[in-house]
Design a protein. Structure first.
Length: 288
């Protein structure tokens, strides 16, 4: 009992992680299945045929390509707009700042079915044809909130003395942003970008309302429930998961690296008077 009390949190965390990963593990296992009929629900035998022919279905390839293009554009637009909004909310005081903070949170708290129906009504009233453009507008709308929250949390703990030191050394606003602000914000930007990408490529409810004739990867899977989901879907889902794991490992490494950079102060040995005198260090480079 004493051992259980000491390790209760670790045991509970392990069970929770196992519970979350079990469905993904089943998808990976059944990507090697050789189903007899159109449904891939029971194990019939091991085969690598579907991995060798993962791009054999043109309709599935088109849906995946559409989802990747949509997620990439959503991530890029959301990162730019969300970062600018976060900078404005954290570093500037203006009329309506409190209301803006509230409006940022509302899309995160609103059910997706409500957002999807509201956007559909908006597009219909404006006589906008449903398709890839309406999907992009919808995905950017709900992704911006998550980007703002992540980047803003990074900015709140940001040490602005490094920027002030760079400006004192003669760096322009753009040089300070490029050499000091942006590298220190990089972990937050990477995390926000990955989150926006995952939300976009995974979305079904809002996409179902505003897709028109455009079919994304989740919509393709849903349409295949009645006629059977191809095993290639399991293969591509496994590949996406492995890529996500790799990206998260990369982000974790980048965050550790950024924490080391953020711990540096102008009076430290690497960036202090010795570094300035020798012309090395980020602040000296920013000043030059």
């Amino acid at each position: 009992m004493r051992w259980l009390r000491r390790n209760a949190v670790s045991i509970f965390a392990g069970i929770a992680i196992l519970y979350l990963l079990l469905p993904i593990a089943l998808i990976a296992v059944f990507s090697f299945n050789d189903p007899e009929g159109k449904y891939n629900y029971t194990w019939n035998g091991f085969t690598t045929e579907h991995w060798q022919d993962m791009f054999g279905l043109e309709a599935l390839n088109d849906a995946m390509r559409t989802s990747l293009e949509l997620a990439a554009l959503t991530t890029a637009i959301s990162l730019v707009l969300g970062t600018l909004i976060a900078l404005a909310l954290v570093r500037h005081h203006f009329r309506g700042r409190g209301a803006a903070n509230l409006l940022i949170v509302i899309p995160m708290a609103t059910p997706e079915v409500v957002i999807g129906a509201a956007l559909l009504s908006l597009f219909v009233n404006l006589n906008v044809s449903l398709g890839f453009t309406t999907l992009l507008i919808a995905h950017v709308m709900f992704s911006i909130s998550f980007v703002v929250i992540v980047v803003r949390s990074r900015l709140i703990g940001f040490d602005r003395s490094l920027e002030e030191a760079a400006r004192d050394l003669g760096a322009s606003s753009w040089t300070t942003f490029r050499t000091i602000t942006l590298p220190l914000l990089a972990p937050g930007l990477i995390g926000a970008g990955l989150l926006a990408f995952a939300l976009s490529i995974d979305d079904f409810v809002i996409s179902d309302f505003n897709s028109g004739q455009t079919e994304t990867f989740p919509l393709y899977i849903f349409s295949g429930l009645s006629k059977g989901i191809p095993v290639q879907v399991y293969v591509l889902a496994t590949v996406l998961f492995l890529l996500t794991v790799f990206a998260m490992a990369l982000v974790t490494w980048q965050q550790k690296r950024a924490e080391q950079m953020a711990a540096v102060r102008p009076d430290d040995e690497a960036t202090g008077l010795g570094a300035l005198a020798s012309g090395s260090g980020p602040l000296a480079r920013a000043g030059s």
